[in-house]
Structure formats: C-alpha cells, structure tokens
Design a protein around this ligand. Structure first.
Ligand code: SF4
Length: 333
C-alpha cells in the first residue's frame, strides 16, 4: 500500500506558520484528498486547497500557480525536488510503498539465483522513490550473499533513484556492473534502463512479487519502436510538441527539428501545451507527432494517438541523421 507522511506535512505547516497551503498529490491517490485536507486544516488551523490536474512527476510542480493563488506554502506529495528554485516555499514529501520485509528478502533470493545462473557477480541497483525502502532491503540481502552491489548517485536525484527522464544514477555505475536490477513496478523504467546502460536488466517487482529478466521485453519494445519510426518516415506533416512543464520546455530543440523536417520537404509545426493528451491532437491534421516532452508519452502512450508518436532521438532516425542500430532511449537529464 502506498503511504504518505501526513504528520510531516502538519509539522512543516506549523513550523513555517503557513496560513494558506496548496497541496499536490499523485494521480492514483486523489480519492484520499478530502480526508487529507480535512486533517491538515484541523491540525494546523491553516487553510488548504489541492490541485487536481494530473500530476505524474515533480515536473508538474505547481509552484507558480500556488504563488499566483496566494498560497504561502506548497506541499508536493509523491516526488522529489526537480527544480533548482521554486516560486513559492515548497516541501516535498515522497509517497512510499510499504515494504513487506520477508517478501522482499525472498525476491532478493530469487534475484541472487538468477544472477548466479548467469555467472554474474556485480549488480547495480536502482528504484523509483516510491520503492527506496525496498531497494535498501535488496541491497543488504545481495551483499549478505556475497555479490558486489553498486548504487549510483545521479544528477538531481537521490542515491539509486531513477526517473523516466533521468537514468544518471545508473549511468554512473554502468562500467562496474554485470547486470542491473530495478526495484519497482511496470516496464517503463527498466526498459529505459536497458538502453541507458546496455546491460541485462532484472525487474524486482514487489507488487507482482516476482523477479524477471527483461531481455525479451527489450527486443519486443525495440521492434515496436522500429515499426513506429517506419510509419513516421512515411508521414508528410509533423506536429512537434513542446510541454510547458518544468524540465520539458524544449522549444529550441523543437524549432531545430522543424527546420530539418522542412529542409527535407516535409511540413512541420510547433505546438505547445502543459499536458499532452490524445484529445488535444484529434482535430489537428498532421500525420505524425514528435513529442519533446516526458519520454513516457512517446513510449508508453503512443497507441492512444491514432498516429505515429516518436521522440526527438527517433526523429533523428526519420531525418536520416542516425541509424536504427544506434537506437537511444530519450533521456531529459
Ligand atoms: S518528465 Fe516524465 S519521467 Fe520525468 S519527472 Fe516528469 S513525469 Fe517523470
């Protein structure tokens, strides 16, 4: 179960003597908002309000809007600091998945067995912030079993933390390890990892309670992306999308890509919005989309758009600047 530390939020509001508090919470937890706001107000005497725009990462931080609305404190649940300076005083409170220590130890045992079968001795570990406690347990268990364990420190992230747009903590240890294990759920991050370090990736999944090697999924993913790139090659017109979210405002890149498409006789237009959603492009008559925003849009959600959606690295293949063999996973770090 995902848990957030409301006690910490209460303490921070009291400590800072905040009067009007803005709150942000990850998408899947909104059902808990009324109870949370009620408690926060009841225990601090401050007034609180919550943003309900979808929030998938700290790139969606609402510091500017909080300031404009007159809040003197923003409490951002779920993610870690992403920007150098916020427009309003901001407290980050990660949301974490409570570990079942025994179950995680069993996962580590299974990881160790799979490593041994491959003859691997050195493992790199990483996770999203939601599973950092699980990572520590796996780290201790693997060390206990005699493996060399490496947990890297990347740029603008905690030790061992990865984001879908930032794998620097893994790149930092890439040369020292035989394989890498991602502790968490879903395929998006571990597939990204497999391109970031080009090592065998294991998914240690505390929710499904299984450990799996992802070589096949990586191949399948690559085949899908190649098909998407081939479709985009046939397109005569492109929307190049720029998100206004933090860390994603890649207008210079979009303008550059537009020029290159035009030089090759294609039509290209730059569009911008905060969130990129299929509805937004329904009526826009282009044949393909280049998303310069969060990598997840092109890689996880592209089937929802009814037209090819590629990222800038893939656009370079379409433009003939890069070969398919040098496929790269888009990384905004
Ligand atoms: S850009 Fe995407 S992967 Fe990066 S922090 Fe935002 S939601 Fe997460």
């Amino acid at each position: 179960m995902f848990e957030f530390d409301l006690g910490k939020a209460v303490a921070e509001v009291r400590k800072r003597k905040a009067k009007l508090v803005a709150v942000q919470i990850p998408e899947g937890m909104k059902t808990r908002l009324p109870a949370m706001l009620e408690k926060l107000e009841g225990k601090t005497g401050a007034e609180a309000f919550a943003f309900v725009d979808p929030c998938f990462g700290a790139c969606g931080l609402k510091d500017v809007a909080s300031k404009e609305l007159g809040a003197d404190l923003l409490i951002h649940f779920g993610h870690t600091k992403f920007v150098a300076k916020e427009a309003v005083e901001t407290v980050y409170i990660p949301v974490e998945y409570n570990p079942d220590k025994r179950a995680v130890s069993r996962l580590a045992e299974s990881l160790a067995e799979q490593m041994e079968k491959k003859g691997f001795k050195k493992i790199g570990l990483c996770s999203t912030i939601q599973f950092r406690q699980h990572l520590r347990i796996v780290e201790a268990e693997m060390k206990k079993r005699g493996f060399g364990v490496f947990v890297g420190k990347g740029r603008n992230v905690e030790k061992g933390q990865v984001l879908g747009c930032n794998y620097t903590s893994v790149k930092a240890i890439g040369k020292k390890i035989d394989a890498i294990a991602f502790v968490g759920d879903g395929l998006f991050h571990p597939i990204g990892l497999s391109f970031a370090v080009n090592k065998l990736v294991f998914l240690v999944d505390p929710i499904e309670k299984e450990v799996q090697e992802l070589a096949l999924q990586r191949d399948l993913f690559l085949r899908k992306r190649i098909a998407m790139i081939e479709k985009a090659r046939q397109a005569k017109s492109f929307a190049i999308w720029v998100s206004t979210k933090k860390g994603q405002q890649r207008l210079a890149l979009a303008r550059n890509l537009k020029k290159k498409f035009e030089q090759r006789g294609k039509k290209a237009f730059v569009f911008t919005s905060n969130l990129l959603a299929p509805d937004y492009v329904l009526g826009i008559g282009v044949e393909a989309i280049v998303s310069t925003a969060c990598p997840r849009i092109a890689l996880d959600d592209s089937s929802l758009y009814g037209k090819p959606v590629i990222n800038p690295a893939e656009a370079r293949v379409v433009l003939g600047e890069k070969k398919l063999e040098d496929y790269e996973f888009e990384d905004l770090s």
